[in-house]
Design a protein around this ligand. Structure first.
Ligand SMILES: *[C@@H]1O[C@H](CO)[C@@H](O)[C@H](O)[C@H]1NC(C)=O
Length: 299
């Protein structure tokens, strides 16, 4: 299994608690460096197949499909999801252009309502295309091993069988009914740590807008560290990757518990920082920029 995502917020909150007495004094930040471990990255055209496990409405699915398409849709106003994704080009090897491929609706929950890692692997093995990422999205009534305990999603790769290529996969869960304060922050009050009022979700769906944050994090982690020997900081068992190294940061001026500045939709009051395809708006997390060694925000 690959890196889980969400351990970082725990450590950043711990760090906050530890340094709290000195907040107010200027603390010199160490430059953040993700080391490249000489392994393969996912570059060029990459097909993203979607495996929907459980029930999703067509609107919910379109918010997520539009998001993936937004990453390669440059003809929208800035700041855009495509300009956010462009930072992945600064990691060795050029661009990674994501294209939505096949989709499977797995509404019958034939593997049950509680998935373990082996079930995720079985679902992820559904497609075995070259240069692809299989994304499993679980519905709000589906529990997954570690979900809400120490992770909101994960990425990894299937074991290569009889000469077939290993395929990268991602799992992300809808946390709306299970732990929105953990996996859909800042659209929900956090379950612990400093409290700030929740932001209004840009697509009006706390669970799905939370999935976007986690999916964005995991897609960036997957293309820059698909097989756990790409870019990361720390031990390979708990790596901090392109976006997970910047956990909790969405805009400039962020601090633990405060996501930072965002743009606000005047009609809905929703917070966002990226325009997307089909007039969509998304709130995307900061990504580590190899040129500046900082977590880059869109606004
Ligand atoms: C459940 O749905 C999946 C995906 O559509 C299908 O492959 C599988 O055969 C179905 N299982 C049952 C028991 O109906």
């Amino acid at each position: 299994m690959g890196p889980n995502y969400r351990l970082a917020i725990v450590s950043s909150l711990l760090a906050f608690l530890l340094v709290e007495p000195t907040v107010g004094a200027l603390v010199e930040q160490q430059p953040l460096v993700l080391k490249y471990h000489n392994g393969e990255l996912l570059k060029g055209k990459i097909t993203v197949n979607l495996i929907w496990y459980g029930s999703f409405t067509p609107v919910q699915r379109s918010i997520i499909v539009d998001f993936i398409q937004s990453l390669s849709s440059p003809k929208v106003p800035l700041p855009s999801a495509a300009s956010w994704w462009k930072t992945t080009e600064k990691y060795k090897g050029g661009y990674s252009a994501l294209v939505v491929g096949k989709q499977v609706l797995h509404e019958n929950l034939s593997l049950g309502k509680y998935l373990k890692s082996r079930h995720l692997l079985a679902l992820a093995s559904k497609f075995n295309d070259l240069n692809s990422i299989n994304v499993i999205i679980t519905a709000k009534n589906v529990a997954v091993d570690g979900f809400c305990m120490n992770r909101c999603g994960t990425h990894g790769s299937t074991r290569p069988l009889n000469g077939k290529a290993r395929t990268a996969y991602i799992w992300v869960g809808n946390s709306e009914a299970q732990c929105p304060g953990y996996c859909a922050w800042p659209f929900h009050q956090p379950i612990y740590g400093p409290q700030t009022p929740p932001l209004v979700a840009p697509n009006g769906d706390v669970g799905i807008d939370g999935i976007i944050i986690n999916l964005a994090t995991l897609l960036a982690g997957t293309v820059t560290n698909p097989f756990n020997n790409g870019y990361f900081q720390g031990p390979p068992t708990a790596p901090l990757e392109a976006v997970s190294a910047c956990t909790g940061v969405f805009g400039s001026g962020s601090y633990p518990g405060y996501p930072g500045r965002t743009l606000v939709d005047k009609t809905t009051g929703a917070s966002y920082n990226a325009h997307g395809a089909n007039g969509r708006k998304y709130l995307l997390p900061a990504m580590w920029d190899p040129q500046t060694s900082t977590c880059k925000t869109l606004v």
